[in-house]
Design a binder for this molecule. Structure first.
Ligand SMILES: *[C@@H]1O[C@H](CO)[C@@H](O)[C@H](O)[C@H]1NC(C)=O
Ligand SMILES: *[C@@H]1O[C@H](CO)[C@@H](O)[C@H](O)[C@H]1NC(C)=O
Ligand SMILES: *[C@@H]1O[C@H](CO)[C@@H](O)[C@H](O)[C@H]1NC(C)=O
Length: 308
């Protein structure tokens, strides 16, 4: 006799308790590029820091993080609805014209009131500039360098999530309701989280660290080791976020929106073809975040005097 049958026969309330518990665990998470995606991006980045930049990062992190950047990379999602941080809510994404599949900074990088620069690409420029003054001891006291580090680290993840540069009318896939295998989800959430969770569950025994180690292995000795220098390539730190955003809308059209209509059920075919895109974007976000931090906080010859 199985345990659940026995419980059901003698202690029906215990089954009810179990059902409630499972329902609570299954509540959908509606935040941006999931916790897991941000954590992996930041772990990859921190592992690639050169000694001087690594030290500055450790100094900027609060003690309770134990020097682990990834522990705080989701902070911008936690505070985005607080009154004090309402100004940050448009900094997580870019809305581009429906079906255009292109991104143009002057056309698309603004908040819902049309305020220029208030999008994820503008935010990366902003916090890169703020951090670049830190090393020279010229940082503006209005700005909190710890917050600048956390915002930059988070937004470098977001700009690489293809659906964070999506169509305007469907809010980057948020209003495209569908099923992911058997449960209800939406297209944005599939790219933020479902693909990552399914990959961990199906391929890595639910071990997120193991998934991350495989991504890292592909970077250092695998499929992407030749691509790393190409990904890091950036002549002008101020212009590069626009390149990353353009890549994302291109991937959103080619893989995200492709063959998806509202009400669809996405399963193996979609998962198998999109999973490699998701892991690659996480890797790219991490590599490029380390590139920026090494340049603005490390001991490179400075070629980065970006506009304030
Ligand atoms: C840049 O950051 C400051 C606060 O640190 C904020 O007031 C400003 O709105 C930000 N601008 C953008 C484009 O992110
Ligand atoms: C900087 O921001 C962090 C996170 O909001 C906060 O805990 C810290 O006290 C701030 N530091 C200063 C000097 O205001
Ligand atoms: C690593 O690369 C292999 C070979 O291209 C690929 O099959 C695998 O999915 C990659 N793993 C991850 C986690 O990206």
């Amino acid at each position: 006799m199985s345990r659940s049958v026995r419980l059901g026969m003698f202690f029906p309330w215990e089954d009810a308790f179990l059902v409630c518990f499972v329902l609570i665990l299954a509540l959908p998470n509606t935040e941006a590029w999931s916790k897991e995606g941000h954590v992996m991006t930041c772990k990859i980045a921190q592992a690639l820091l050169e000694p001087q930049a690594a030290e500055v990062v450790r100094n900027l992190l609060p003690d309770y993080s134990n020097g682990d950047l990834s522990a705080l990379c989701t902070w911008p999602d936690q505070i985005r609805h607080w009154h004090k941080y309402q100004w940050t809510s448009s900094l997580h994404f870019i809305d581009t014209p429906d079906k255009a599949c292109t991104y143009d900074y002057s056309r698309d990088c603004h908040d819902s009131h049309g305020l220029k620069g208030m999008c994820v690409a503008g935010a990366i420029q902003n916090f890169t500039t703020q951090l670049s003054h830190y090393k020279h001891g010229s940082s503006d006291r209005r700005y909190n360098m710890t917050e600048a580090l956390l915002f930059l680290s988070h937004f470098m993840g977001d700009i690489h999530q293809p659906l964070h540069v999506g169509f305007t009318s469907d809010e980057g896939g948020n209003t495209v309701d569908l099923r992911w295998f058997k449960h209800k989800s939406n297209l944005h959430h599939v790219w933020d989280r479902e693909i990552i969770l399914t990959a961990a569950a199906e391929l890595y025994g639910k071990d997120m660290d193991l998934l991350q180690k495989h991504i890292q292995k592909n970077l250092t000795h695998g499929t992407w080791s030749d691509d790393m220098s190409l990904w890091k390539d950036c002549d002008d730190l101020f212009a590069c976020p626009n390149k990353y955003a353009a890549e994302s809308i291109n991937l959103a059209c080619k893989w995200g929106y492709k063959d998806v209509s509202p009400g669809a059920t996405l399963s193996d075919k979609y998962f198998n073809s999109r999973m490699p895109i998701v892991t690659k974007r996480i890797a790219q976000g991490g590599v490029r975040l380390s590139m920026i931090l090494n340049r603005v906080l490390g001991n490179h010859n400075q070629d980065i005097l970006v506009p304030a």
